[in-house]
Design a protein around this ligand. Structure first.
Ligand SMILES: [Zn+2]
Length: 90
């Protein structure tokens, strides 16, 4: 029986996604999995169909994203122009 602690499931999903280190599903740039929240470039789980819109809390409805990309999605859902110009020298 469920104990009502679904944060465990979320944690498992998060680890399952991070294990294969996929690129960001939103901007398609690689994710540095060593970064930690609240770094805007850190890994965050994105719900393909938002929970608020009836999306299931399953692994199949989740994908990897940058924290900043996930946040931007909430403000504006749409196709972003490829404006990631790497003019910066790291
Ligand atoms: Zn991204």
């Amino acid at each position: 029986m469920s104990t009502g602690r679904n944060t465990t499931t979320r944690d498992q999903h998060r680890r399952a996604i991070a294990r294969t280190k996929p690129p960001c599903a939103l901007c398609e740039q690689p994710i540095d999995y060593t970064l930690r929240s609240p770094d805007p470039m850190s890994f965050e789980v994105d719900h393909i169909l938002a929970i608020d819109n009836g999306g299931p809390d399953t692994l199949g409805n989740k994908q990897a994203s940058h924290r900043k990309c996930n946040r931007a999605k909430w403000n504006r859902v749409g196709v972003e122009p490829r404006s990631f110009v790497t003019s910066r020298s790291w």
